[in-house]
Every structure is written in structure tokens, then in C-alpha cells.
Design a binder for this molecule. Structure first.
Ligand code: AMP
Length: 187
């Protein structure tokens, strides 16, 4: 089973991904985790992308698609499905993904769209910044990530709805409730 998880920053994608993968025995493929590791390890790619990630922008498609190809090659043969957390992020990635899967005679089974009120998330994060006296910078980066999400990733919701594989889940409930809703809709 191949599942894509879509949702704005702060929607709880990482938390939900881990839970879904445990319950459904899926391989958790997070492009964000892989990229952060490249930065941490100061690899050639890591040095190139650090400022892009820190500004809340998208890393170039070429780099992302290389990572995706490697993972598909390694993981698709195994007897385990994959949960794509943070990929695809724009139309070009979605199209490239579709043709890669087509070549491998595979297709996405479901796209889970975690729907959350972006204003509410921003309010929560801003409050947390004040309460915890953190630097203002994080809110700026979050705003930029939200804009990128609205402009580049959100249109994929329509794309997958038209393909009849979209499942929209209300992400404003508790972690457990959201998880139950996701698992139920995948059954
Ligand atoms: P995430 O942990 O999924 O929120 O990703 C953290 C950051 O990694 C994003 O803000 C982007 O800078 C970068 N990133 C993750 N996935 C992608 C992707 N599919 N395409 C481009 N950039 C990505």
C-alpha cells in the first residue's frame, strides 16, 4: 500500500505518520527527516540546502527526486507499504512521482489530507513563542512555510480529489482522535 500524507506545517504530520506506520506496518518515508539529516551530517547536499530549509522554502525538485528514486528502488521490492510524509510538495513532484510509479507498475492508494485551520496554528505558535520567550524568527519561518504550502502544495488536494483517492481528515482533534479517524478511513 502506498499512502501520501498531506497537511500544512504544524498539522501533526510527523506524529501521525509514526502512528500510522506502526499500526499498518508501513515504511515511514519523510523527506524532511532525510534532508535534516543531510544538514546535520554536513554532506554536500546538506550544505547546499541548509539556508533553503531555514528560510522555510522548498528544496529543488532535482535533489528531492533523486532521494525518492533511491527510496523507491530500495523499498518497493520489500513486502511493506510506504507512507510518504512531506512528498510530493508541488505539481512537478506529483507528476514525476506518478510517472516513476507507473514505470514500476505501482500507484498511490490513498492521499490523506490533514485539514487544519492555519490561523489557529499560527495563533498557537505565536502564543507559545511569547510564553516561552523564543526568538521571533520561528514565527516568520512558519509564516513562510505556510505560504509555500498554500501556493505550492495545497493545489495537490484538488489534483488527488479528482483522481478519487483523497481522504480529508479533520486535524483539529486530539492526536488519538485524528489517528483513529485516519486508520478507520484506510480500512
Ligand atoms: P517537513 O519536515 O516535511 O516539514 O520538511 C521540512 C523542510 O524540508 C521543508 O520546509 C522544506 O524546506 C524541505 N522539504 C521537505 N520535503 C520536501 C519536498 N518534498 N520538496 C521540497 N522541499 C522539501
Amino acid at each position: 500500500m502506498l499512502i501520501v500524507l498531506l497537511g500544512p506545517p504544524g498539522a501533526g504530520k510527523g506524529t501521525q505518520s509514526k502512528k500510522i506506520c506502526e499500526t499498518m506496518n508501513l515504511f515511514h518515508f519523510s523527506t524532511g527527516d532525510i534532508l535534516r539529516n543531510e544538514v546535520k551530517e554536513k554532506t554536500e547536499i546538506g550544505l547546499k540546502i541548509e539556508s533553503i530549509i531555514n528560510a522555510g522554502n522548498l528544496v529543488g525538485d532535482e535533489i528531492i527526486l533523486e532521494i525518492v528514486k533511491k527510496i523507491l528502488k530500495n523499498e518497493l521490492g520489500k513486502n511493506k507499504g510506504i507512507l510518504f510524509d512531506g512528498f510530493p510538495r508541488n505539481f512537478d513532484q506529483a507528476n514525476a512521482f506518478e510517472s516513476l510509479l507507473k514505470d514500476m507498475k505501482k500507484q498511490i492508494n490513498f492521499v490523506i489530507h490533514l485539514s487544519v485551520d492555519q490561523h489557529e496554528i499560527l495563533k498557537r505558535i505565536e502564543k507559545r513563542q511569547i510564553d516561552e520567550n523564543r526568538e521571533d524568527d520561528d514565527v516568520k519561518v512558519l509564516k513562510s512555510r505556510m505560504n509555500v504550502y498554500s501556493n505550492e502544495t495545497m493545489p495537490l488536494v484538488d489534483l488527488y480529489e479528482k483522481k478519487n483517492i483523497l481522504k480529508t481528515i479533520n486535524g483539529m482533534k486530539t492526536v488519538e482522535e485524528v489517528n483513529n479517524d485516519i486508520i478507520n478511513c484506510l480500512k
